[in-house]
Design a protein around this ligand. Structure first.
Ligand code: DX5
Ligand code: ZN
Length: 212
């Protein structure tokens, strides 16, 4: 079963709660929160209070994708805000193993996101404490970018080394075509931003991605 994770970054920002409930009704498996600090990437997006407010109106899994410098500083706040998983970029922490361990100690699923240029090598000695790997198929910072084809090889390499139960999620430029290629190469979870939120029928778009 392929998990479909709508990114709230592409939702109508004046109606975030309504949009979240609409994609939940339309069959989404989890909600992907893109947290950007204006330092690791140029954009600034949501803080923990936004995640906490939406926690009250949804029972879906909340994935918090931290695109921030010093992620350790923010783990506790997002854990308390109701994140189910917290995903950090390997490029943002000098002590990836410790950071992942801290996420697990807070009772959350732990995740690592890899920029397009980052190799999977940094995961090798952390595999037993990683629940989710996000392969970034665009450079982080904004939605609506074009899928980077070279990441398909990374997904396939990852599939060879990670335990069966670890989720391989792909984030960026996903549509029915690129989504299919990701799944063929071993992904079992897709983030969808502009493809979903620009569509007229959310249920149809989610179904298309899930069965692509
Ligand atoms: C990129 C974000 C993605 C992005 C996905 O920095 O991590 O989640 O918003 O949007 P699309 O699907 O439009 O590429
Ligand atoms: Zn993301």
């Amino acid at each position: 079963m392929v998990l479909i994770c709508p990114s709230m970054l592409s939702a109508d920002p004046t109606r975030l709660g309504d949009e979240l409930q609409a994609v939940e009704r339309a069959g989404a498996n989890c909600i992907h929160w893109d947290i950007m600090d204006g330092c690791f990437v140029d954009t600034i997006t949501f803080g923990a209070q936004v995640v906490a407010a939406h926690r009250k109106i949804s029972s879906l899994r909340f994935d918090v994708h931290l695109m921030v410098e010093n992620p350790d500083k923010h783990l506790r706040k997002f854990a308390e805000a109701g994140a189910d998983s917290i995903i950090v970029h390997s490029e943002t922490t000098k002590h990836l193993h410790r950071t992942l361990g801290n996420i697990k100690k807070m009772g959350k699923l732990s995740g690592v996101a890899l920029n397009p240029a980052t190799s999977i090598d940094c995961l090798k000695y952390c595999l037993d404490i990683i629940d989710i790997v996000i392969v970034m198929s665009v450079n982080p910072g904004s939605s609506g970018q074009q899928f980077i084809q070279s990441q398909l090889e990374k997904i396939a390499e990852l599939k060879q080394i990670i335990p069966e139960t670890t989720e391989i999620c792909v984030d960026g430029g996903i549509n029915a075509n690129t989504g299919r290629e990701c799944i063929i190469n071993g992904a079992n979870s897709l983030v969808t931003g502009s493809y979903l939120f620009k569509s007229k029928d959310y249920a149809k778009a989610i179904q298309e991605l899930r069965t692509c």
